[in-house]
Design a protein around this ligand. Structure first.
Ligand code: NAD
Ligand code: UDP
Length: 316
């Protein structure tokens, strides 16, 4: 049994990770300030005596004896991370410093949830880990993109300077149950709109692409990465390499729900990447990992989740 700290544990991905780590017989501490996370995501875990819930902000130091840290605390949806961009930078940078400091003191292994956004609007396609990216340092997305880039830098520096055991994964667009219904990300937006027969909001012409990974595949990749030996630190891409246009995603969701929703077009937000697709050769080689859940199967589970939410609370 290991004692494991998950920052952002009440968020979409963090809640799935906590559940899986408990299931594997570990003691798990969820640390969250509930900015974008919800108690609802972890309430079913609270009866487990090996699960602890801490309300805390990663921008302040936190002291605890743990074996491993998964550092996920950070708003991930563009609407949420742009709401208070200074706080987003602080969360990424000070959060990384605090978690690395903790890992250094207690000799814990620490994994950083980085992002495909470090590649910006990429000019190399698909994206390999050795691509340095194409990020606007002063744009609307920079608080998130540059914050995550600095946190990768800090992880590397603590590793080389202080021998901290680190792991860096770059997560590509992930979806599934426990996403916030109003977090503004494309999968949750389209499903909520289609379930309610509202217009589906396509930003731009809808020909921009993304590659969607179901959350269970990601959690498997995270666990495998944490279990690798000290010689492999990443960064490693964790995502599904099957690429769709946003229009294709909208049509798929409308078809699966049998919705009468119509498509409406809004301007493309600034710096919105035109394409995104992970090269996962490194994850295959080092982690023996690749995603297994096809989009339709994952969407089915996600649609069921949102249907239940609406059934429980019609005003949601
Ligand atoms: P989420 O918003 O659902 O979860 C983030 C969690 O962090 C929330 O529970 C939030 O309350 C918490 N949090 C935010 N700021 C905090 C702070 N200062 N102190 C303590 N807790 C704080 O998002 P998610 O999709 O679950 O993303 C989790 C992590 O994975 C993030 O670091 C994100 O950047 C990364 N990621 C996610 C995706 C994706 O597609 N979902 C893609 C790339 C990277
Ligand atoms: N998008 C859209 N309609 C929406 C929400 C998002 O067309 O209601 C587009 C968005 O412009 C982007 C893509 O879907 O091109 C993915 O957006 P998301 O916010 O999910 O994540 P991103 O990959 O941009 O961080």
């Amino acid at each position: 049994m290991k004692r494991i700290l998950v920052t952002g544990g009440a968020g979409f991905i963090g809640s799935h990770l906590c559940k899986r780590l408990l299931h594997e017989g570990n003691e798990v501490i969820s640390l969250d300030n509930y900015f974008t996370g919800q108690k609802r995501n972890i309430v079913s875990l609270m009866d487990d005596p090996y699960f602890e819930v801490v309300r805390h902000d990663v921008t302040s130091p936190y002291f605890v004896e743990v074996d491993q840290i998964f550092n996920l605390a950070c708003p991930a949806s563009p609407i949420h991370y742009q709401y208070n961009p200074i706080k987003t930078v602080k969360t990424s940078v000070m959060g990384a410093i605090n978690m690395l400091g903790l890992a250094k003191r207690v000799r814990a292994k620490v994994l950083q949830a980085s992002t495909s956004e470090v590649y910006g609007d990429p000019q190399v396609h698909p994206q390999t880990e050795d691509y340095w990216g194409h990020v606007n340092p002063v744009g609307l997305r920079s608080c998130y993109d540059e914050g995550k880039r600095v946190s990768e830098t800090l992880f590397m520096n603590y590793h080389h300077q202080n021998n901290v055991k680190i792991k860096i994964i770059r997560i590509f667009n992930t979806y599934g149950p426990n996403m916030h219904p109003h977090d503004g990300r494309v999968v949750s937006n389209f499903i909520m709109q289609a379930l309610r027969g509202k217009d589906i909001t396509i930003y731009g012409d809808g020909r921009q692409t993304r590659s969607f990974q179901y959350v269970d595949d990601l959690v498997e990749g995270m666990i495998k990465m944490m279990a690798t030996g000290d010689e492999f630190i990443g960064p490693v891409n964790i995502g599904n390499p099957i690429e769709f246009t946003i229009l294709e995603l909208a049509e798929k969701i409308i078809g699966m729900i049998g919705s009468k929703s119509k498509l409406i077009y809004h301007p493309l937000p600034s710096d919105d990447p035109m394409q995104r697709n992970p090269d996962i050769s490194l994850a295959k080689e080092k982690l023996n990992w690749e995603p297994k859940i096809p989009l339709e199967k994952g969407l089915k589970k996600t649609i069921q989740y949102f249907e239940n939410l609406i059934r429980e609370d019609k005003n949601i």
